[in-house]
Design a protein around this ligand. Sequence first.
Ligand code: GDP
Ligand code: IMO
Ligand code: MG
Length: 424
Amino acid sequence: MSRSKVDVVLGAFYGDEGKGKIIDYLSTNADISIRCTGGNNAGHTIEVNGEKFAFHLIPSGVLNKGTLAVIGNGVVIDPKVLIEEINNLKEHGYSVDNLRISDKAHVIMPYHIAMDKMLEENRGNNKIGTTCRGIGPTYCDKYERSGIRVQDFIRPRFADLVRTNVANKNKIFKAFGYPEMDAEAIIKEYTEYAEIIKPYVVDTVVLLHNAMNENKKLLCEGAQATLLDIDFGSYPFVTSSNPSLGGICTGSGISPKDVGEVYGVIKAYSSRVGAGPYITEQNNEIGDMIRELGHEYGTTTKRPRRCGWLDLVALKYAVMLNGITGIAINHLDTIGKLDKIQLCVAYNHKGKITTDFSTTPEYLENCEAVYEEFDGNFGDISNIKKREDLPENAKKYLARIEEIAGAPIKFIGTGAGRENLIVC
Ligand code: GDP
Ligand code: IMO
Ligand code: MG
């Protein structure tokens, strides 16, 4: 039997592009849906029959009855949040029997969350605007080799690891004048969580490769996005993992050779939460209008998102870095409510027009967006099912995006609901 390829859905900009919605569609044909990076800094929204689900850790594909939902080794897991998510799904009548958690994923502990908050508070005017979910400090411990993996978490050695880590962290908390933590209280509380999580824990690498050998359909659900990548994003205003394609492979154990389609998700405009450069940001009434029309408030932190025009220079960079084979563009309905739309087609770097993107601050600081103007007023497109049936103004806008980005558009989001999607 032939071995299957793994399709990937990832964010091409600064996150919140509507990855959840595309995953939801694709997972109807998937045997396994996999989260590979990040933790509960992610918030992936799916609207089914008017009901909203926000996924933070469990792959959104879990809503599809036959799909196995895998949390891969590259994910950092807050057990409390995971259990809340499991319970919420059960309350809504969804089974979580098909959840599998990697024994190699790392656990977010209370001292990681406290450390994230403490470091952010002490950054003064240079705040990153993290989600304060303990993501950065957990990855720090992973790479420093003092992290607690899921396989440690569910075994008796957990207690000793917590005692050692808490003793070390307390020295830092004390130096900063922050409250120290009680190792024994943490052990007691978290041992109860470990019991709940234990039945779901397996070696997911073996599971995924066996499934590929059986020609099963696998789908990776990217979290965060390319411009938040620790290596390729606007460092230090990034997350602490590699949400781009390389991180998806190491965060799951899937070989790059096994990757099939790579869908890069964008919105028909752009948004960013947290600090950092953002060339096409509209910190004015246009940005405010986009925020209200698109309901751009964080799924995880409820923060208002910074909004602006779509940046094709950044998109071209994401296409290049991830080998994107298809673009999914959401919120075409939202941008179509404006009279006039600006599309960033190039940068003006010290008088030179270029489509080269770089996250080097000295470069970005000297770039200005070059815009082309498009007519909006698309009308109600929410029920259109074919790209050719879209109004002319929308078609012109999409064609220009494809032309510059260098990848075809495969999905068009025309509303928040599961049914508001054009599959090209
Ligand atoms: P993710 O993190 O990439 O999964 O995206 P989020 O869920 O954080 O944010 C995307 C938001 O846009 C959610 O509220 C979705 O319900 C909504 N959404 C997704 N696609 C569309 C679309 O095509 N049109 C509209 N109006 N809303 C959309
Ligand atoms: P999804 O998967 C948007 C941002 C934070 C902050 C920076 C670092 O829903 O697209 P962290 O807590 O990760 O250390 O914060 O990264 N960030 C996101 N922004 N969507 C996300 O996930 C994000 N995950 C992290 O706002 O600027
Ligand atoms: Mg989100």
